[in-house]
Every structure is written in structure tokens, then in C-alpha cells.
Design a protein around this ligand. Structure first.
Ligand code: ADP
Ligand code: MG
Length: 272
């Protein structure tokens, strides 16, 4: 049994560190709807943690609790061992958490480059007053932000479309631009809500490869919601399975796949 502070090395040679995020007995209600019922699990540094389950199971709600967007009625969220108070979205971002959405949320009329730049907003400290006082300061900041953004654009292989308005891109590339914007914030914890939903096989393979590369190259901890079991098995170190707001399984992909509750609730039926 691993302790919270333990580390271990995976079969493919990646180091998984101590627990960074702990969800303790989380319950979340919307009026009479209980979206999450008394769920506990943790996320370790450097791991790829999947959340799976049928539609309406409460997965997106859970991601919103992790991101601080929803504050649960019961339970605690511990981040680096400390209880996290309710936070504004920008405070969450400052803690090194970034996310993508189940439905694409980009600025359609803006170029890919400008969309990815918006991921840097938390790093833009100079305001107009300061810019007027000292132009050089603002320019230095702009240059630094550009450098990070260009590096990510290269990394995700979207150089060719950097000037293209997002509205003109096919779906799979829009999802990749969303990933780029999230990465522009240089997050320690990246939350992905169905990053491969609606993609064809080739697009899914590309996205899987980028997710693995991000984890490997930047050491980013990743929590993702995904429906495709093949993808989940390939990508994730550990899986939480949700059904009707409850946790019905938690473990390695292998453990979860052999869990009878999970098979009954989820794996036995098609979810495409
Ligand atoms: N903002 C909201 N207001 C009211 N009900 C919500 C809201 N978000 C989610 N729900 C309800 O909570 C349950 C879980 O939804 P969700 O977390 O989106 O599930 P999943 O992502 O697993 O499909 C559903 O019954 C859904 O209708
Ligand atoms: Mg969802």
C-alpha cells in the first residue's frame, strides 16, 4: 500500500510522485439533483488520472470541483495537503491549474495565435498605467509571453495554422488549440474534459500522443474525462469510475477492467 508521500516509477519509466490533490467525501448538489455522492480519491504528482462513467454520472461536475469552479456542499479538497478555500477562477489558475471544456470554448473570430495568447493572461502583470510609465517593461513581458506561446505552438504542431481564425478549423484542430491555450498557462495540473469526444480514429491517436508527450516532457499532472475505453487503458495510470454520482471503482486500468461493479454498470454496454 502506497503512502501519500511515496513515489514510484511506472513500467514505462515515468516517476509518479506524492499526492497533490485529495478529494475527501465530496458531495455536490444542484437543487434536488445529487451530482456527486460522498466521493473520495486522490491525484498524484505526474500521473495521468482518468475519470470515466456513463453520461450524467457526474464526471464534469467532479472536474469543476477539482478546478474550484464548483464548491461542494460537503467534503474537503486538499491541495498540497492544505484545505482549499473557495476560490475565484483566476486564483485557481494562479495555483497552477488549467483546463479544457467538454464543449469547445475558444474565441471563434480570433486567430489560433491570439487564442493561445489568452492562456497567458495570468502572467500579464503590467497594466496600462505601468505601460505608460515604462514601455520597456511591458514589451519585455510581451516578448516572454510570446516565447512560451510559440514553444507550445511548435510542440503541438500547429505552426501552419497560427494565423488562421479558429472558426475555419476542423473540430480536431480546435480541440488541439484548446489544449494549447491551457498549456500556455504552464499548469502543474491540467484538467481535460473529454479531449477526444467526437474525434475520428486518427485525431484520437494524435491527441493521445500529445497528452502523453505533455505529461512526459513537462511533467504535467493530468486528470482527464474520456469515454473511449481503449484510450483510457492506453493513457492512464489510474482510473476513477463514476456511476449516478457514486464512485464504483478506483485503481489501475487493469484493476478497473476486472471490477465486477464496473463491468455491470459501464463496460458491458457501448457508450459511443
Ligand atoms: N449546472 C448544473 N445545474 C443543474 N444540474 C446540473 C448542472 N451540472 C450538472 N448537473 C446535473 O448533474 C448530473 C451530473 O452531470 P455531469 O457532471 O455533467 O455528468 P457527466 O459529465 O458525467 O456526463 C446530471 O444529472 C446533470 O443534469
Ligand atoms: Mg460531462
Amino acid at each position: 500500500m502506497l503512502d501519500q508521500s511515496d513515489s514510484y516509477v511506472t513500467e514505462d519509466g515515468r516517476t509518479i510522485g506524492p499526492v497533490v490533490m485529495e478529494m475527501k467525501n465530496i458531495t455536490l448538489r444542484f437543487g434536488g439533483v445529487v451530482a456527486i455522492k460522498d466521493i473520495s480519491f486522490d491525484i498524484r504528482e505526474g500521473e495521468i488520472r482518468a475519470i470515466i462513467g456513463p453520461n450524467g454520472a457526474g464526471k464534469s461536475s467532479m472536474l469543476n470541483v477539482i478546478s474550484g469552479f464548483y464548491v461542494p456542499q460537503d467534503g474537503e479538497v486538499l491541495f498540497h495537503g492544505k484545505k482549499r478555500p473557495p476560490m475565484r477562477p483566476y486564483e485557481v489558475a494562479r495555483q497552477g491549474i488549467a483546463r479544457t471544456f467538454q464543449n469547445i470554448a475558444l474565441f471563434d473570430g480570433m486567430s489560433v495565435l491570439d487564442n493561445v495568447m489568452t492562456g497567458r493572461l495570468n502572467y500579464m502583470k503590467t497594466n496600462l498605467f505601468q505601460q505608460a510609465l515604462w514601455k520597456g517593461w511591458a514589451e519585455k513581458e510581451e516578448t516572454e509571453n510570446r516565447e512560451v506561446v510559440e514553444k507550445i505552438i511548435d510542440f503541438l504542431e500547429i505552426q501552419a495554422i497560427r494565423k488562421t481564425p479558429v472558426a475555419r478549423l476542423p473540430y480536431g484542430l480546435k480541440k488541439r488549440v484548446e489544449l494549447a491555450r491551457a498549456l500556455a498557462a504552464e499548469p502543474k495540473l491540467l484538467l481535460l474534459d473529454e479531449p477526444m469526444a467526437g474525434m475520428n480514429v486518427e485525431e484520437k491517436e494524435d491527441m493521445s500522443r500529445f497528452i502523453l508527450d505533455v505529461n512526459d516532457e513537462f511533467g504535467t499532472t493530468i486528470a482527464l474525462i474520456e469515454h473511449d475505453m481503449g484510450v483510457v487503458m492506453d493513457l492512464s495510470d489510474r482510473v476513477v469510475v463514476m456511476d449516478y454520482g457514486k464512485k464504483i471503482g478506483d485503481g489501475t486500468p487493469e484493476e478497473v477492467r476486472n471490477n465486477q461493479d464496473v463491468i455491470d454498470a459501464y463496460l458491458g454496454v457501448s457508450h459511443d
